[in-house]
Design a protein around this ligand. Structure first.
Ligand code: GRF
Length: 198
């Protein structure tokens, strides 16, 4: 797993693995931020967790860092790369190394509100329903084939923080289910369309 933030999705997925709900193990947790909560949460659960310096750019990995991330994941023999709040855009080399095997969770019903602070965008736009989306990662920003979505209501008087928390609760339900289905080989991808074989 890769993340830059507090690690609530990591916790949900790690607990589902430990409970036998996901037939997989988290081989390694990597972050571009040395003090990220995701590393602390991973270590507290006995998982291998490492900080890899991202290099000289702000929104992407530099070439050396990209190679370091790829190398570490290859060494850990991962089948799937799960992004949870990883704040760097992954492109070319990385996606070629793990073609169709990188998934992300985004806090809106894509294709609405890609990019940063999607809950804030939804609130400002005035939608009544938003949610979260698990998708395969492609070269664009939050644009890959959609695997699953869960809707979340926007309630009168919601603050950004309240809406974000409600979306994150949905994320913690949805992401472990999708990772489990991927681990079981139940997700079939056909171009932009994906199907969940029950
Ligand atoms: C999630 O809200 C996810 O939608 C976004 O980043 C956040 C990560 O949260 N991409 P956490 O680090 O898993 O708590």
């Amino acid at each position: 797993m890769l993340g830059s933030g507090k690690g609530s999705n990591l916790v949900a997925i790690a607990e589902a693995c430990a409970a036998g709900e996901i037939p997989a193990v988290i081989a390694v947790v990597l972050s571009d931020a040395a003090d990220a909560g995701i590393l602390t949460q991973a270590r507290a659960r006995g998982l291998t967790a490492e900080f890899i310096p991202p290099g000289r750019f702000r929104t992407k990995l530099d070439e050396e860092a990209e190679q370091a991330f790829i190398g570490r994941l290859v060494a850990a023999e991962v089948d799937l790369v799960v992004l949870a709040g990883f704040m760097r855009i992954l492109k070319g080399e990385f996606l070629r190394a793990f073609s169709q095997r990188v998934v992300n969770i985004h806090p809106s019903l894509l294709p609405a509100f890609p990019g940063l602070e999607a809950w804030q965008q939804a609130l400002e736009y005035g939608v009544k329903v938003t949610g979260c989306t698990v998708h395969l990662v492609d070269q664009g920003i939050d644009s890959g084939p959609i695997i699953a979505q869960e809707a979340v209501p926007v309630l009168p008087g919601d603050t950004p923080a309240q809406l974000h928390e409600r979306i994150q609760q949905a994320e913690r339900r949805l992401y472990p289910q999708v990772v489990g289905a991927l681990a079981e080989g139940k997700i079939v991808v056909n171009g932009r369309r994906t199907e969940w074989m029950k």
